[in-house]
Every structure is written in structure tokens, then in C-alpha cells.
Design a protein around this ligand. Sequence first.
Ligand SMILES: C[S@@+](CC[C@H](N)C(=O)[O-])C[C@H]1O[C@@H](n2cnc3c(N)ncnc32)[C@H](O)[C@@H]1O
Length: 204
Amino acid sequence: MTHLRSTADAYDAVATLYAGMARDDLTSLPLDRAAFAEAARSAPGPVAELGCGPGPVTAHLRDLGLDVFGVDLSQSMIDLARAAYPDLRFAVGSMDALDLADGTLGGIVSWYSVIHAPPEDVPAYFAEFRRVLAAGGHLLVAFFESADGRVAAFDHKVTTAYRWPIDELAGLAGDAGFTEVGRVLREPLADERPLRRGHLLMRA
Ligand SMILES: C[S@@+](CC[C@H](N)C(=O)[O-])C[C@H]1O[C@@H](n2cnc3c(N)ncnc32)[C@H](O)[C@@H]1O
């Protein structure tokens, strides 16, 4: 689990800088917002944002009326999230080994956090998501698309990250017991890295 330590260390090191730059891009990105709204409407119980960073997406989900909490590997990120949103629950943990009983969540949002998992580990992440979700609960995954059909590392500023062909990531979620509800591929904005962004909405 060396990569978990190195990912946590990398995000600890930039946490304050990252939190200062984190923007609520949901207010300006209607497709992202629509995906959230869909997840919010259909979630029958508590929602976890896994890999929540400094917490703006968790807060957005709260603003949509969800009972939501955040989990992140990085202690510094969790400290910043707690300071910024004292009314919300945040915990340090890894999303591939959650301290949650089977079937207890109504929804999971992984917003650009699975991108840091080594590709061979991603099936285990999806299996863990399926374990903790109640039947009928929803999983929303955001990631960077690989348009050339191959999983590949890209130059993420904080630590190693991977872009995925959307069919391949959807297939792995399907293998873990999810049914696809819908998908979005969004073009990058002018100030974003030149990769399309994929959003997958899956049902347990
Ligand atoms: C690109 S940031 C996204 C943060 C947040 N979701 C957002 O959109 O503002 C990725 C986050 O995922 C966290 N992360 C990466 N791997 C993780 C894991 N296995 N378990 C929990 N958090 C993880 C990192 O610490 C980091 O805070």
C-alpha cells in the first residue's frame, strides 16, 4: 500500500494551497451539476464523498439536501475540511477499506479521487463501493477520459494519476455489480488540462 502513503503525503504537502484554489465549479458547469442532482434525487440514505479533499463538493451535496459526510486519505485535507465546514462530518480513511458495515450507504460520490488508484487496484475499489452501498444506491464517479483506448498515467500536479477509457471504467464497475444509469463526457474549459472529463452514474 505504498501508493496510499505517497498519495496521502503528496496531498498533505499541498493541502493549504489546494484548498485555496479549490473552486465550486459545480455552479458554472451545468452537466456536472445535473449529474449531482440525479445522484441526490435517487439516494435513499447517507451519501459519502470518498476522496473529499478540502470538502467543497461535500458541502455542495449538503446544499442539495443530502445527509452527507466526507472521507479522505490526507489528514491535512480533513483538517481543512473540518475547519471550513464545521457542520459536516469528515473522517480520515481509504476508500478501498471503509470503516462501514455492508449496505449502509445510499450513495457514493468519487469526484476525481479514483484517478489516483493504480489501475490494477480499481476493481477492488469498486467492490468496496458495492459492499457498502445499499441495493438501489448510486455511485457517481468523475475522472479524466483516455480517448485513445488505453489506461495511461498523465501529468497530474500533485501525484500519479490515470486517465481511463470510459467504456473500460464502466465495465469494471459493472463487473463489481453496478448497472450503468448514464454517462457524461464533457469538453475541457479553457483553463483546464486538455482532457475530456468523464462522469459515470451507476446503480447498485
Ligand atoms: C483531485 S483531489 C479531489 C478532491 C475533491 N473530491 C474535489 O473534487 O475537490 C483527490 C483526493 O482524493 C484523495 N484520495 C486519493 N486516494 C484516496 C483513497 N484511496 N482514499 C481516500 N481518499 C483518497 C486525495 O487525498 C485527494 O484529497
